[in-house]
Design a binder for this molecule. Structure first.
Ligand code: UDX
Length: 429
C-alpha cells in the first residue's frame, strides 16, 4: 500500500518504520524542512532503539518530504501523527491537526482512509469529519478512523510490532475501514477492537490515566511504607502477584513524567470538566505526582542537611531509560531543586542532555565515573541499566561522602550497604 504519514515526530517516525517493515511504501511528511533534510540524509532526530536501523534498512521504501499535497495524492491511506500539545488552561492545542485538515479539505479528490493516531480530545474525530463535509468534500472521498497509539518511548518499535490490541474507532456507516486497517496491519497478531470514534478516543486517555493511577497509588503506598518501616518493593511484589492487579506499573519512584501522562491526564480532566463532570481520581493522581519529588527531597534533607557547595551527583536526566526525551522529566525537576538549595550539581545520562536553562548551572559529564568522583551523594533519577549495575564497592572508593539515594528503587540496597554506603530508596523503610 502507498501510505502517507503526516508528522515526523516520535509517533510518525515509529509508524513509518514499522509500516515500511510490513512492506508498505511510505511518504513521511513534515513541514519542518531542516528535520526532513536531516532524515533524507539518514539522520534520525530522536533516539529510539531500533528506529534508526529499520529506517535505514528501508530507505528505498520511505520517502521523507515536505510536500503534503503531493504525498496525499500518491497515497490511499493517510496517517495523521502530528503533535497535540497542552494549552495553558489544560486544553489541547489542535493547530497542527487543523492545518492538516485544511490541506486535506483542499486536496481530497478520490477515496482515502484518514487514520488519526495523534491523541486528541473527546469528540475531535467527529469534528474533523464534519469539517471536511462543511468544506464541501464529498463523503465518498474519505473515512476517518481513530487509531490511538499505545507506544512507550524506549520500546516503541516492539510495542508497535507486538501490541496487546489494535483499537479502531469508526463511524457507524463506515463498512470499508475495518477491512483496510486489517490489511495494513496484517502482520500484527493482536485482537482488533472496533468501537465508535469517541470510545476509541477515551480508551487512549483512560489507558494512560489508569497507568498513571497505578503509579500514584504505589507512590502513596511508598509514603506509608516509609513511616511504618515497610519495604515498597516487597509490597509491590505481594500486590502485583494478584492477577486482578498485575505486576506492571507498580514501581514506586520520584513520579511519572514524559510527553504523555502529564498532558493526557490534564486533557481528560479538561474534557470532563467542560461537561461539568468532576474527576476526583484524576485530581488525586496528579496531586500525588506533583508532590512525590518534594516528599523525596525532604527525606534527602534528613540525610544530607546542608547542601551549599556540596557536590551532589544526579544519575539520569531522561524521564525514563532508553530514551533521550526530557519532557516533564522528574530528573530535571530534581536538578532544579538541588541547584536552588545551593548544591554543586553534577549530572550524567547515557543519551539525554540537560535543557539550555540548566547548562550553565549544572555540569553534565560524559562518563558516569567523572560525574560521581568526589561527590557527597549520588541520587538516581532514571533507571538506566548502566546505573542499576554499578559496582558499589568500586563507587565507594571514588566518593567523598557516603550517601546513595535511589529515586527509582532500581539498585540492590544490600550491595550498597555492604559497600559501607548509606542507602535511601523510595518507600524502603
Ligand atoms: C506512555 C504509555 O505507557 C503509552 O502507552 C502511551 O501511548 C504514551 O505514554 P511513555 O510516556 O513512553 O508511555 O512511558 P511509560 O513507560 O508509560 O512511563 C511513563 C512514566 O511513568 C515514566 O516517567 C516512568 O518512569 C514512570 N513509571 C512507569 C513509574 O514511575 N513507575 C512505573 O511502575 C512505571
Amino acid at each position: 500500500m502507498d501510505i502517507c504519514v503526516i508528522g515526523a515526530g516520535y509517533v510518525g517516525l515509529t509508524t513509518s518504520a514499522v509500516l515500511a517493515e510490513f512492506g508498505h511504501n511510505i511518504y513521511c511528511v513534515d513541514n519542518h524542512s531542516e528535520k526532513i533534510q536531516r532524515l533524507q540524509n539518514g539522520i534520525v532526530p530522536i533516539y529510539e532503539p531500533q528506529l534508526n536501523e529499520i529506517l535505514h534498512k528501508h530507505k528505498e521504501r520511505v520517502t521523507f518530504t515536505t510536500s503534503l499535497p503531493e504525498s496525499i495524492h500518491q497515497s490511499s491511506v493517510i496517517f495523521v501523527t502530528v503533535g497535540t500539545p497542552s494549552l495553558a488552561d489544560g486544553g489541547t492545542d489542535l493547530s497542527f491537526l487543523s492545518s492538516v485538515f485544511t490541506t486535506l479539505a483542499e486536496q481530497l479528490q478520490d477515496y482515502k482512509t484518514i487514520i488519526i493516531k495523534s491523541t486528541i480530545p473527546l469528540g475531535t474525530n467527529k469534528k474533523m469529519h464534519d469539517y471536511l463535509l462543511e468544506k464541501g468534500v464529498s463523503p465518498s472521498f474519505f473515512n476517518i478512523v481513530s487509531n490511538p497509539e499505545f507506544l512507550r518511548e524506549g520500546t516503541a518499535i516492539q510495542d508497535m510490532f507486538y501490541p496487546d490490541r489494535t483499537v479502531i474507532g469508526i463511524a457507524e456507516d463506515d463498512n470499508r475501514s475495518e477491512v483496510i486497517l486489517k490489511e495494513i496491519y496484517q502482520s500484527i497478531n493482536a485482537p482488533f477492537i472496533v468501537t465508535s470514534w469517541n470510545s476509541a478516543e477515551l480508551i487512549k486517555y483512560a489507558a494512560n490515566a489508569f497507568l498513571a493511577t497505578k503509579i500514584s497509588f504505589i507512590n502513596e503506598m511508598s509514603r506509608i511504607c516509609d513511616v511504618y518501616d515497610a519495604d515498597i518493593m516487597e509490597v509491590s511484589n505481594g500486590l502485583g502477584t494478584d492477577q486482578r492487579i498485575g505486576p506492571l506499573f507498580l514501581q514506586a519512584g520520584i513520579g511519572y513524567g514524559g510527553s504523555c501522562f502529564p498532558k493526557d491526564l490534564q486533557a481528560l480532566q479538561h474534557s470532563a470538566t467542560n461537561k461539568l463532570v468532576n474527576t476526583p481520581i484524576l485530581d488525586a493522581v496528579q496531586a500525588i505526582n506533583a508532590t512525590q519529588l518534594d516528599f523525596y527531597i525532604n527525606k534527602l534533607q534528613e540525610t544530607l542537611p546542608s547542601f551549599p557547595n556540596k557536590k551532589v551527583t544526579v544519575l539520569g536526566i531522561a524521564f525514563k531509560p532508553h530514551t533521550d526525551d526530557i519532557r516533564h522529566s522528574p530528573a530535571i525537576a530534581l536538578i532544579h531543586y538541588l541547584h536552588a538549595l545551593g548544591a554543586d550539581v553534577h549530572a550524567y545520562d547515557p543519551k539525554a542532555f540537560l535543557p539550555a536553562e540548566l547548562r550553565h548551572k549544572v555540569t553534565q559529564h560524559k562518563t558516569i565515573k567523572s560525574a560521581y568522583l568526589d561527590s557527597e551523594a549520588i541520587i538516581i533519577a532514571t533507571e538506566w541499566p548502566e546505573i542499576c549495575q554499578l559496582d558499589w564497592m568500586d563507587v565507594k572508593t571514588h566518593l567523598k561522602g557516603n550517601i546513595v539515594l535511589d529515586g527509582r528503587n532500581c539498585i540492590n540496597k544490600e550491595a550498597v550497604r555492604k559497600a559501607g554506603l548509606i542507602y535511601k530508596g523510595v518507600g524502603r523503610g
